[in-house]
Design a protein around this ligand. Sequence first.
Ligand SMILES: NC(=O)c1ccc[n+]([C@@H]2O[C@H](COP(=O)([O-])OP(=O)(O)OC[C@H]3O[C@@H](n4cnc5c(N)ncnc54)[C@H](OP(=O)(O)O)[C@@H]3O)[C@@H](O)[C@H]2O)c1
Length: 278
Amino acid sequence: MSELLPPLLLVGCGKMGGAMFDGWLKEGPAPSFIVDRHRDSVPPPHQLVRSLDAVPASFRPGMIVLATKPQKVDAVLPALAPFAAHAPVLSVLAGRTVESLATALNACLPAGSGAPAIIRAMPNTPSAIGQGMTVCYAPPPATSADRRLCARLLSAVGEVAWIDHEDQMDMVTAISGSGPAYVFLLAELLEQVGINHGLPAPLARQIARQTVAGSGALMQASGLDAATLRQNVTSPGGTTQQALAVLMAPDAWPATLDAALAAAARRARELSGPQPVS
Ligand SMILES: NC(=O)c1ccc[n+]([C@@H]2O[C@H](COP(=O)([O-])OP(=O)(O)OC[C@H]3O[C@@H](n4cnc5c(N)ncnc54)[C@H](OP(=O)(O)O)[C@@H]3O)[C@@H](O)[C@H]2O)c1
């Protein structure tokens, strides 16, 4: 039997924090504190509190997980600092660099405290069903034990990968963080084009949704690479080849996706650093 997860201090239990927490519940962490203003309840022995001030000062989390919106995090750092003096911090905040978070947290730590260990992670929403993709960056002073614990936590909600250069996180954000939205857009557009060309709306919706969902499941189940799966659908001179000739023209999807991902990565870079409190 695998070792129990240590006690966790989760700050922010909305869409992403909630998805991760639901995954951890399956592994049964030691009694943990969940800080969130909106969640209704958490199962015992865990405790839900509305503010960090309600977490007992004697609580010693094995890891602190920061999952507020990036612009809300600076407001929680003073109350978080006493716990961060003893535990690594796993941040899923989009665009917030380790250095920027460490500097802000350091300013709240008692004089003489060591530098806080911060691991930055970029998860995505399929984490809610255990099918997430999370990419992590853990520079020193995060230790290999911190990395192992982080990997255990995040593998409870999907696959985990690591990068050694934080600047790669912007493109990671553009691909896997924002990527589910592009796939959902594809389903929306397939449905809409079907309707525009005379299909009944319920049928257009059903075939668009199941095609996207079934294709993802086939890619996962087969282990084949995407190009092979695409070629398997493409008979020479057939219908698919006609459509792909349009989509794969250099100024079509290759150029559009390149521009879209570059725009997302640029925004991720812009979001780095402290955010104004909203
Ligand atoms: N959703 C995604 O697809 C995704 C993907 C990758 C990374 N992320 C990252 O995950 C983080 C969370 O995103 P989300 O979509 O899960 O946001 P969310 O649904 O708004 O969840 C954040 C929760 O934290 C609560 N909160 C914030 N400050 C608090 C405080 N001081 N005390 C108690 N509760 C507090 C919020 O309440 P209030 O609304 O009242 O502030 C909210 O319930 C973000 O940093 C985002 O960049 C999200």
